[in-house]
Write a protein that binds this ligand. Structure first.
Ligand code: IMP
Ligand code: MG
Length: 182
């Protein structure tokens, strides 16, 4: 697996530090809204490790909602448009929603998911991504909490995949071009 990683961008220690800082920002933002009810809506599968680490740094009451969206099916390294594989498993009507995704790239995924969520009339919707490719993210899709900005490169590890592999690589690294060129 490691032989397929061109170079590491963020080590597991870098990630842990940043996730902890993000959790502090999030906790501060929701300080007064905790009693209304907070639901973290997680976009699977890429966000599963991020979510697991993030929620253990968040000391408040919350529910977890899961939705499975695929935009990079199989061996794609460019977005093929968001497609829901599994609908959201909880009702968010009247609740504060924080959408958690691994990476904001073209914005198709967040735009689609936030659009769906709005129909349920939640009290608020905010978004949180570990990574963002600012050169591609469109102006109409903003993330309220961002871990790291990165160049337009294809990254894997810490939950992010290529063809469903490399999610268990503990750091975030740039995938070697020969992996998808072959
Ligand atoms: P968007 O819809 O183009 O913003 O892409 C968001 C989704 O595409 C993310 O939730 C990821 O699952 C996937 N994605 C985007 N860029 C990468 C990448 O560099 N590596 C792995 N997955 C990515
Ligand atoms: Mg994803």
């Amino acid at each position: 697996m490691e032989a397929d990683i061109d170079h590491v961008l963020f080590s597991r220690e870098d990630i842990a530090r940043r996730v902890s800082e993000m959790a502090s920002d999030i906790a501060r933002t929701y300080h007064d809204e905790e009693d209304v009810g907070l639901t973290l809506v997680t976009i699977l599968s890429g966000s599963l490790i991020f979510l697991a680490d993030l929620i253990r740094e968040l000391p408040m009451r919350m529910k977890i909602g899961l939705i499975t969206v695929s935009s990079y099916p199989g061996k794609s390294t460019s977005s093929q448009g968001a497609r829901v594989l599994q609908e959201l498993n909880t009702d968010v009507t009247g609740r504060h929603v924080l959408v958690v995704d691994d990476i904001l790239d073209t914005g198709n995924t967040l735009r689609y998911v936030c659009g769906q969520l709005r129909e349920a009339e939640p009290a608020s919707i905010r978004t949180c991504v570990l990574l963002r490719k600012p050169s591609k993210a469109p102006p109409d899709v903003q993330a309220d909490f961002v871990g790291f900005d990165i160049d337009d490169v294809f990254v894997v590890g810490y939950g992010l995949d290529y063809d469903d592999h490399y999610r268990n690589f503990p750091h975030i690294g740039v995938l070697h071009e020969r992996v998808y060129a072959s």
